[in-house]
Design a protein around this ligand. Sequence first.
Ligand code: 5RP
Length: 242
Amino acid sequence: MSWREDAKHRASVEAARLVEDDQIVGLGSGSTMYYLIEELGRRIREEELRICCIPTSKQTESQARKHKIKLTTLDKHPQIDIAIDGADQVDSNLNLIKGKGGALTREKIVDSIARFLIIVVDETKLTDHLGLMQPVPIEVMPFALKPVMNRIKKMGGEPVIRFATKTASPSSTEQYFTTDNGNIIIDAEFGTIKAPKKMEMELKMIPGVIENGLFVNMAHRVYVGMKSGAIKTVNKEEAFLQ
Ligand code: 5RP
């Protein structure tokens, strides 16, 4: 196992400890969440926890089902005790870029209503400022693709349509990557993002944009798996004091 996989694994095990009996738990998506779900599955079996989870993607749902993790919906449980998720970039204020896996819209819905949002990353995801070497994923209704691309260019961004990999599901339209919601992803390079909240709102206002991958002022705590083997924990309050 590479040091990054090991770091993601260890940080996920640490984060999974926060889940308590009888809680409603939001489950993020991505390769880090794989380790989290494995650990949660183990805890549920061994400790007989009675938790209910809300998955943010079909992939997460399928892994949770393999572990017989009880699933629920936002209709039944519109409030979430704790959500645990990965991220593509984390800045010093715990603002995030998410969506490399394409699950950003459901992730933002679930993460935004969690009383406690925990993010798990390895140390390569840490940055002083969001956007450097990291595009912002934007979920777009296929009908609005070209006008949305034009608006992003006007904002100073460089939009690139995400294509499906060869192994992606055949439901992908014209080889574009298709989200679980049937939409397209644009990855937009903006360079360093000086005002993430302003950009999040601007992107949100473009007709045809379903959601964007800027998650500002949402995370309460980040577990960082370090190359050294340590796990660093950063809380929101501490982050603002830096
Ligand atoms: C999916 C996400 C993921 O949480 C993010 O891409 C991190 O993934 P990984 O743990 O594989 O690095 O936002 O939409």
